[in-house]
Ligand binder design. Structure first.
Ligand code: C2O
Length: 591
């Protein structure tokens, strides 16, 4: 695979234009992300009283084990979400989408470390109706696995016109996101950022908040999957564009001739303000369906201080690489010009991502700059290595060290592509192409003491094991962001070919909730058991839809002891009733 520069500058000029031709309502509904109206986040949300000046007291990111020493603030943050259909044009090309409270990207969920988060989710999807369920990516859900939001695994989908209330603790802190886990619904718009404020050694002046990076398709997710999973369909889904905080321009002259969809070039890009000389915190989130992103800001060095929910020893870089689901908290000092300067922020899908327009830009304006003008800065000359891997594990070392325990069991899973009897190309993970049963969530059966499931659910029961190692061999030509629910996993090793037993920093391995495995390579992950039933899957929406999904039963005896709230059972009853009256077209694995 060839090496390409971070940005290609010969794109149609109308893509690199900061003028903005469509009102925010038309591009993003009720979302204000990407506009200069977004206010900076505070260091923490107001709590009363504040022990030792902070909601988390004397706890620090360097000296506190986040898994065992999280605070209990007793404070509740409540949100109300309505999921519904709408038509917007994030990049100027009109398309039907699914929205949270009318917004794409959805509203911010914000809490302090140790707070409880409550979200009432109303399914208002009509014309046609669809189920839904929202997953709180990266949250551990200790003692509350039924709040994890994975339909067919931890709950039944929320039936049309029904509500489910999620309730869980923020036991880790940092940057994350929520997304629908029903089919590939999230790629249709049901996504938004989450911020849990916590301690940090690294000083900064302004928290600019979430910067969501997402590849973007012009077709609805349902149609994409139908085509992909048709006989002789292709597992490669090619995105049309790349967005920063839900916005980007699109060159409408490239629309296929007979396509009469309304399209406006120069729809408008995202804009950010920097205070000259000050240090800003940006919370980068790859909230896309498929692509690996390479993020940079012309002329500025990024100091990475956290990956996923793990604070790390700060390191400097000009480009941060993020696979789907991954996050990086970066600090950027506005010292590359004068108070009137403007720069491009860039996010490029890597050469490994099938994309028609892989280059997203946003404008960064210093405080006195004219916010209507188009930046003219040039990109860093840091070529895409073309390996389809993410940044080297040796770069990222957790600030709070935890030694890798000896595993009590090791399990190996292969990733494969195959054609089934109907010539449909599907993924196999650990020998099975998964398909969930929305009406029979594994967790509820396990809670009832039922541990025998159809093979096609692809459930692995780890019994009473306390430290579980999983070796994943990628026997396919693409990279895959591997995500485990309910855990911040130790990344034991990642690399090309088969694992030779090497461990990256056994005294303090990287911990995160998504780790990329390169084509033909391996990844070795390990986790300390958190009782529950947890999805372990490729976070590429299209791959999960195509069967690349498994569920881990962890500590089954503990699951049987759990007292699952009645509301979870009610949601199944509502879904059962709905599916008796309606035919639910489950076009994919379901997750
Ligand atoms: Cu971001 Cu299965 O999740």
């Amino acid at each position: 695979m060839g090496v390409i520069p971070t940005a290609v500058v010969h794109l149609a000029n109308n893509v690199y234009n900061a003028a903005g031709g469509l009102p925010q309502r038309r591009t993003n509904g009720s979302s204000v992300w990407g506009t200069l109206l977004v206010s900076a986040l505070s260091l923490f949300l107001n709590n009363n009283p504040l022990p030792d000046g902070y909601p988390w007291g004397k706890r620090t990111d360097i000296g506190t084990n986040p898994f065992t020493q999280f605070p209990n603030t007793g404070i509740i943050r409540t949100y109300d979400f309505t999921v519904s259909r709408g038509v917007i044009a994030p990049d100027g090309y009109d398309r039907p989408v699914l929205l949270v409270n009318g917004a794409f990207p959805g509203p911010l969920i914000e809490a302090n470390w140790g707070d409880k988060i409550i979200v009432n989710v109303h399914n208002n999807i009509t014309g046609p109706e669809e189920g839904t369920a929202i997953h709180w990516h990266g949250f551990l859900q200790e003692g509350t696995p039924w709040e994890d939001g994975a339909p067919g695994i931890s709950q039944c989908p929320i039936a049309p016109s029904k509500t489910f209330t999620y309730e869980f603790l923020a036991t880790l802190y940092g940057s994350s996101w929520y997304h629908s886990h029903y089919s590939a619904q999230y790629s249709g718009g049901v996504v938004g950022p989450m911020v849990v404020h916590g301690p940090t050694q690294q000083k900064y002046d302004i928290d600019l908040g979430p910067v969501m990076l997402s590849d973007w398709n012009h077709e609805e997710y349902f149609d994409i999957i139908e085509k992909m999973l048709a006989p002789n369909g292709s597992p490669r889904v090619i995105s049309e564009n790349n967005l920063i905080n839900g916005k980007m321009n699109f060159d409408c002259s490239t629309v296929a001739p007979g396509d009469k969809t309304p399209c406006v070039s120069n729809a408008g890009i995202s804009k950010f303000k920097f205070k000259t000389g000050k240090t800003h915190r940006l919370r980068l989130i790859n909230a896309g369906a498929d692509g690996v992103q390479r993020f940079s800001i012309d002329g500025h060095t990024l100091t990475v201080i956290a990956n996923d929910f793990t604070p790390i020893k700060p390191y400097n870089t000009s480009v941060v690489t993020l696979a789907v689901g991954q996050r990086a908290d970066v600090l950027v000092t506005a010292n590359a010009g004068n108070s009137k300067s403007a720069f491009w922020m860039r996010s490029n899908l890597t050469v490994c991502t099938p994309a028609k327009q892989p280059y997203a830009v946003a404008a960064v304006y210093y405080d006195q700059a004219d916010t209507t003008k188009t930046p003219t800065s040039t990109p860093w000359d840091v070529p895409d290595p073309g390996t389809c891997a993410t940044d080297d594990l040796s770069l990222t070392e957790p600030l709070y060290p935890i030694k890798l325990p000896d595993p009590t069991t090791t399990h190996t899973m292969d990733i494969e592509l195959f054609k089934n009897a109907s010539d449909v190309t599907l993924w196999k993970f650990g020998g099975v192409s998964m398909r969930a049963n929305y009406n029979e969530p594994v967790l509820l059966l396990a809670n009832d003491g039922n541990f025998t499931y159809p093979d096609i659910w692809n459930v692995v029961n780890f019994q009473g094991n306390t430290s579980i190692r999983v070796v994943v061999n990628n026997r396919t030509p693409g990279g895959h962001p591997m995500h485990l629910h309910g855990h911040e996993v130790y990344v034991v090793h990642e690399g090309p070919g088969a694992w030779d037993g090497t461990i990256t920093r056994a005294e303090n391995p990287m911990r995160r909730d998504v780790q990329q495995v390169r084509p033909g390579g391996h990844v070795v992950l390990q986790f300390d058991a958190n009782p529950g039933v947890w999805g372990f899957h490729c976070h590429i929406a299209w791959h999960a839809s195509g069967g690349f999904f498994s569920s881990f039963v962890v500590q089954p005896k503990e699951i049987q002891k759990m007292r699952i709230p009645q509301s979870v059972e009610n949601t199944c009853r509502e879904w059962d009733a709905y599916t008796h009256r309606n035919v639910v077209e489950q076009i994919d694995s379901g997750t």
